[in-house]
Design a protein around this ligand. Structure first.
Ligand SMILES: [Zn+2]
Length: 378
């Protein structure tokens, strides 16, 4: 997965880039303000405003660090199984570790998926133990009676509770949440059939999403409009995410072992460099569905044009074209999945170049069409 847009880099830990999405600020402020105006004054009306807001801010920041620890746990377990993580982005729904690839073995997938909730559980235990120690062990922390605790112990007990909830939430069977991935890994491990395990996990994840939607609708009918709509939104999001993740995994799997040369378009026309812009539009673009046009000069391809670059006002093809050789081109022996990752960031197709010659053109849609045809006739 690529990094979310709107995220800025915070630090690098163990060689992994830690990024914050701007939505984190929103969530952080929400947590701090709900603690500062709601929970903390309720538990401790005797605290000064300074104590209350310091405790609220510390809790919010430590909660974000707990999320980070959860994701780092995924990432470092992945690294120990030979899968590198490029970066971790904290955003509205928690964290997102960008793994370089999917696990090849169910055992690895299981360990990587389980590592996050395990870290959250460990933090829950750690903060609980700290709250106990800070309260002198005399107070009954087990009853979650915050009102008897000093500020530091209150913060620790709250962090213990939220980390525990974080572990539980992530263990829900909604694929690709951790719980759904653990479920998929276990099915895959047991049956040896990765494709079927992925389909089943996605179906369960999708069903779980719809159950949340139904629950949300029920809440709305009972008068809780905001809470209900929020559940509907999360449920629908999980349903879509389950399907999209499964499609992505299964497609990646089917395309394994194929090169760009297998899926590229090899029937296309070239445009001579001296062609006028007017003639290029009238005689080429308007008479073909071809979107990418190699520009030829003396037997060499000196550049290429995609129709989305036609903005009007240009005087020559040379002025408009992307010059070749460029770095934004594909090579025929590139893995199809790597090519798809490159194409995912842009709308236009890319040329496949060998030396000074364009030998093919790859569209994202072509790969999907190729996959469908290949399944039928391959
Ligand atoms: Zn996780």
């Amino acid at each position: 997965m690529t990094a979310l847009t709107g995220a800025w880099k915070l630090a690098t830990v163990f060689g992994i880039d830690i990024r914050l999405h701007f939505s984190v600020v929103f969530i952080l402020l929400l947590i701090i303000s709900s603690l500062g105006t709601g929970l903390l004054p309720e538990w401790h009306p005797e605290w000064t405003a300074l104590t209350t807001w310091s405790a609220a801010t510390l809790s919010g920041v430590l909660f974000m660090m707990s999320l980070l620890a959860h994701e780092l746990s995924h990432a470092l377990t992945g690294r120990s199984r030979g899968i590198e993580t490029k970066g971790i982005t904290l955003f509205l729904f928690g964290g997102l570790a960008e793994m370089g690839k999917d696990a090849d073995r169910p055992q690895d997938e299981f360990l990587i998926a389980a590592a996050g909730p395990a870290a959250s559980l460990a933090l829950a235990v750690l903060f609980y133990w700290l709250a106990r120690a800070l309260s002198g062990g005399a107070l009954d922390v087990a009853e979650l009676d915050f009102s008897q605790l000093a500020p530091a112990a209150t913060v620790c007990l709250w962090l213990s509770a939220v980390n525990f909830m974080l572990a539980l939430f992530n263990l829900l069977p909604g694929f690709p949440l951790d719980g759904g991935r653990v479920f998929r890994a276990l099915l895959w491990w047991w049956s040896g059939d990765m494709v079927q395990a992925t389909r089943r996990a996605a179906r369960l994840g999708s069903l779980f999403g719809w159950m949340l939607v139904a629950w949300g609708v029920l809440q709305v009918l009972q008068g809780d409009l905001v809470g209900g709509l929020w559940l509907v939104f999360i449920g629908w999001f999980l349903h879509r995410l389950a399907e999209a993740s499964a499609t992505h995994i299964l497609m990646t799997r089917k395309l394994e072992g194929f090169d760009v040369a297998d899926v590229m378009r090899t029937r296309f026309e070239r445009v001579p460099l001296e062609t006028s812009v007017r003639s290029f539009v009238d005689d080429y673009v308007l008479r073909s569905t071809q979107i990418l046009w190699p520009i030829e000069d003396g037997g060499r391809d000196v550049g290429y044009l995609t129709t989305d670059r036609l903005a009007g006002g240009e005087t020559s093809l040379k002025q408009m074209m992307v010059p070749l050789p460029g770095d934004e081109v594909l090579s025929p022996d590139l893995d199809v999945n790597a090519a798809l990752a490159r194409l995912a960031n842009q709308v236009a197709p890319l040329p496949v170049v060998v030396g000074t010659r364009v030998v093919g053109i790859v569209h994202q849609a072509d790969i999907l069409r190729w996959l469908a045809l290949h399944e039928r006739y391959g």
